[in-house]
Design a protein around this ligand. Structure first.
Ligand code: CUK
Ligand code: CUA
Length: 659
C-alpha cells in the first residue's frame, strides 16, 4: 500500500489546496505546497477505489462540479451515425447530438417537421433521399484564421455532401451536394475567413455521375475539389457561386487551407498515384496492393485565389450545374502543382503560422514538413522536375521540404499547440508523438489505447492554438470499458499537454456512435447560443417568424382546397386544439407553435403510426403535412416531461372512415 504524498504537480493544482483544507476541516493555511496533507477521508476513498496519486491528479483536472461549465467544447463527427457530437472539455461530458445527415427524432430533425425535412432533402442524390451519412471532418467557421463560433461545416464521405450547422441553436441549416463527385474525404475544410468550404472527392469516377467502363479509368475517371462559396450573412452555402477544379484519378485525401503567409492556397494529399482500380477476381491486383506499389504519391497544391480569377473570367465548363476548371486549364494557368510525398500519406495539416505543411506518412515513418515558401518560389519560377500524365507540373521533393521528423510506425494526423510543438497520431504504434517544429525531433511519446486515428487540440487548427488539451480519437477500445458484445465503442482519450515536457493521460471516454473521425475544440465562451426562439413562431431554419406561426387565441381548424389546416399552439400543459377530426384520405397540415418564452421549456409532439415526432422548443414553429390514410383513433402527446401535467398534454386525431 503506497502512502499518499501530494506531488508538486498535485499541490500546484488550484483546486487542490481548498479541497485539502476543506477536507481537513480547516487545517493550516500556507499555500498548499508539500505541506498539504490529504485527510483520512480522501486516503480511504483512494484506497477503497484503488486510485493512485496520478489518478487523483487526473480526476482533479477533469472533474467539473455541478453547476460549473466546461472551458472548451469539442465538436466530433459521429461517423456513419451521421450526427455531430458536442462534448465538454475537460469533463468529457456529452452535451448534445446534432442530427445532420440522419433524421434525429429527439430534435424533431427530419421526422415529420417540414423545414428540417427540406434541409435533409437538400442532400438528395440523383433524386433520392439518403437517411444516413458518413461524417468525417467538422470545420468550425473562421475569421482571420481563428474559430469564430458561428457555424460548423461537416462532410459526408459516402454521399459527397456538406452540411452547414448554425451554432446559435446547434441546428443543421443546409445540406448541399454535387453529383459531380461520388464520394468525398477532404471535407469539410474552410479558408481562413470562411469564404470557401472545401470538399474534395476521394474515389475517382466519371465526373457528373455517368458510366464508363473501369478499364477506361485513366481516361474517363476523375477527382475534383469543390470550393463551396459560403455566404456568411445568409448563413448558407451559395451553390451558384461555387466552383470546382478537375483532378487526376488519384485518390485525393485530406485537405487543409493555407493561412497567413499561405492564405489563398489549399493543400490536399492523395494516395494511389499508381491509378490502381482493383479487379482481384478478374486477374488484376487488388485495389489495395495495386495502390501501394510506388514510393511516392502527390501532394496537391492549389492556388485557389488564382482559380477564383479563372472562374470570374469564365474559364470553366459546367457539369451537372457545377462550374469546373478543367485539369488542362488548371495545369496551364498555375492553379495546380504537385509535390511528391512519401507513400500513402494521410493527414495534411498547416502549421499555425501558415509556413509549413505537415504530411503524415501512413506507410512511411516520417512526418514530412513541406515549406510553403519553397513551394511557392518553385511554382512561380516554373522550376519543375516533370509533369504527371495529365500535364500537371511536379516540383522537386527535396527542394520543397524543410525536413522530416522521424515519428514512428504509421503517422497520420497532426495538431499544434501555441508553443512550437506538433502532436502526431501514430496509428500502428498506438501513440501520440510530441515533436518540436523547430528541430523536427520527437520529445515524448504517449501510449494510446488503442490505434489512434485523428487527434484534436484546443483551438488546434487556428492561427493561435491554445495547447492545454489534446484528445486522442482512438479506433479501438478493447479492454477499456465493460464488454458490450462484438461492436465496441471507440475511445476518446483526453491528454494534458499544458506542460513543456511530457504529456499526461487524463481520461477515457467511450464514444458509442458511428466511427468518429475528426473533431475540433473551441473555447466555449466563443459560442453565443440562444436560449429560446424569439419572436414566438420562429422557423429554426429561416430564423424568421414563420408565415404559419400561431399565437394564443389564433388556434383554428380550416378546410381548404389542399386539405385540413390546423393552427395549433403548445404551452404547459396543453395543445390547442386537442381534438382534430378529419376524414380518411384527407391531407392534414399541422402548424404548431410553442408560445413558451421560458428557458428549457421544450415540448414534443408525437403522433404514432403516422411516423411524426417533433421537438418544439420555446418559440419554435413546426409544420407537418401528411395524408390521413388510415382510419382510426390516434392519440398525440408531448414527448418532453415539461410539467407536473405533462402526461395530460395530449389530444386525439380522429380519422373517420370513408364509408
Ligand atoms: S480520416 Cu478517419 S482517421 Cu476520414 Cu480524417 Cu484519418
Ligand atoms: Cu409538454 Cu410534456
Amino acid at each position: 500500500m503506497t502512502v499518499f504524498r501530494p506531488r508538486a504537480t498535485l499541490a500546484s493544482l488550484a483546486l487542490w489546496a481548498p479541497l485539502a483544507l476543506a477536507a481537513c476541516g480547516g487545517g493550516t493555511a500556507g499555500g498548499g505546497g508539500a505541506g498539504a496533507t490529504p485527510s483520512g477521508d480522501i486516503l480511504s476513498l483512494m484506497q477503497a477505489r484503488g486510485l493512485s496519486e496520478a489518478d487523483v491528479s487526473a480526476a482533479l483536472m477533469t472533474y467539473t462540479p455541478t453547476g460549473k461549465h466546461d472551458e472548451y467544447l469539442t465538436f466530433a463527427s459521429g461517423g456513419h451515425g451521421g450526427q455531430l457530437l458536442v462534448i465538454g472539455v475537460p469533463s468529457m461530458r456529452i452535451i448534445k447530438y446534432v442530427g445532420v445527415f440522419t433524421p434525429e427524432p429527439w430534435q424533431g430533425y427530419a421526422t415529420g417537421d417540414v423545414a428540417t425535412e427540406r434541409v435533409l432533402d437538400g442532400g438528395n442524390r440523383f433524386g433520392k433521399r439518403v437517411e444516413w451519412g458518413d461524417m468525417h471532418h467538422p470545420a468550425l467557421s473562421e475569421t482571420g484564421g481563428d474559430y469564430d463560433g458561428q457555424f460548423i461545416f461537416v462532410g459526408d464521405k459516402a454521399n459527397a455532401r456538406v452540411a452547414v450547422v448554425g451554432l446559435s441553436d446547434f441546428m443543421t441549416r443546409q445540406i448541399v451536394t454535387s453529383e459531380l463527385i461520388q464520394s468525398d474525404h477532404g471535407a469539410a475544410f474552410v479558408t481562413p475567413n470562411t469564404d470557401y468550404v472545401i470538399e474534395t472527392s476521394q474515389y475517382p469516377a466519371p465526373l457528373g455521375g455517368g458510366y464508363a467502363p473501369i478499364e477506361e479509368f485513366n481516361e474517363k475517371y476523375r477527382g475534383a475539389a469543390i470550393f463551396w462559396k459560403f455566404d456568411r450573412q445568409r448563413g448558407r452555402i451559395d451553390p451558384t457561386a461555387s466552383w470546382a477544379i478537375e483532378l487526376p484519378p488519384y485518390m485525393q485525401d485530406l485537405a487543409d487551407a493555407g493561412k497567413l503567409v499561405s492564405d489563398g492556397w489549399a493543400f490536399m494529399n492523395s494516395v494511389n498515384s499508381e491509378r490502381s482500380y482493383g479487379g482481384n477476381l478478374e486477374g488484376r491486383p487488388s485495389l489495395e496492393s495495386g495502390a501501394s506499389q510506388g514510393d511516392m504519391d502527390y501532394l496537391h497544391c492549389i492556388n485557389w485565389r488564382k482559380a477564383e480569377e479563372l472562374v470570374k473570367a469564365g474559364r470553366t465548363t459546367t457539369i451537372v450545374g457545377m462550374k469546373v476548371i478543367s485539369l488542362e486549364v488548371a495545369a496551364a494557368e498555375g492553379v495546380l502543382f504537385f509535390v511528391p510525398e512519401p507513400k500513402s500519406p494521410h493527414g495534411v495539416d498547416i502549421t499555425p503560422d501558415g509556413k509549413d505543411i505537415v504530411v503524415g506518412g501512413k506507410l512511411d515513418t516520417h512526418a514530412t514538413v513541406f515549406s510553403f515558401e519553397k513551394i511557392a518560389a518553385l511554382a512561380s519560377a516554373k522550376k519543375f522536375v516533370g509533369k504527371d500524365p495529365y500535364g500537371v507540373p511536379i516540383l522537386d521533393f527535396k527542394e520543397s521540404i524543410r525536413g522530416q521528423c522521424e515519428i514512428g510506425l504509421g503517422p497520420l494526423h497532426t495538431q499544434f499547440d501555441g508553443n512550437g510543438f506538433a502532436y502526431t497520431s501514430v496509428f500502428i504504434e498506438s501513440v501520440v508523438a510530441k515533436w518540436s517544429l523547430k528541430d523536427l525531433k520527437v520529445v515524448h511519446k504517449l501510449p494510446m489505447h488503442y490505434n489512434i486515428g485523428h487527434l484534436c487540440a484546443a483551438e488546434g487548427d487556428t492561427v493561435s492554438p491554445d495547447g492545454k488539451y489534446l484528445i486522442g480519437m482512438n479506433k479501438w477500445a478493447m479492454d477499456r470499458f465493460s464488454p458490450v458484445g462484438p461492436l465496441l465503442p471507440q475511445n476518446f482519450q483526453l491528454i494534458d499537454i499544458s506542460g513543456a515536457g511530457d504529456m499526461n493521460l487524463l481520461y477515457d471516454m467511450p464514444i458509442p456512435l458511428g466511427e468518429p473521425h475528426y473533431a475540433q475544440m473551441i473555447k466555449a465562451d466563443k459560442i453565443k447560443a440562444i436560449e429560446y426562439y424569439t419572436p414566438v413562431g420562429t422557423n429554426p431554419i429561416t430564423h424568421e417568424k414563420d408565415p404559419n406561426a400561431t399565437l394564443a387565441k389564433q388556434e383554428r381548424i380550416e378546410r381548404r382546397a389542399d386539405g385540413v389546416h390546423v393552427w395549433m399552439t403548445a404551452v404547459r400543459s396543453h395543445f390547442t386544439p386537442d381534438t382534430i377530426r378529419v376524414k380518411e384520405g384527407e391531407t392534414v397540415h399541422l402548424h404548431i407553435t410553442s408560445v413558451e418564452q421560458a428557458f428549457d421549456a421544450t415540448h414534443g409532439f408525437a403522433l404514432g403510426s403516422y411516423d411524426i415526432n417533433l421537438s418544439i422548443e420555446p418559440g419554435r414553429h413546426c409544420d407537418v403535412t401528411f395524408v390521413a390514410d388510415r382510419a382510426g383513433v390516434f392519440p398525440y402527446y408531448c414527448t418532453e416531461f415539461c410539467s407536473a401535467l405533462h402526461l395530460e398534454m395530449a389530444g386525439y386525431l380522429l380519422v373517420e372512415p370513408k364509408s
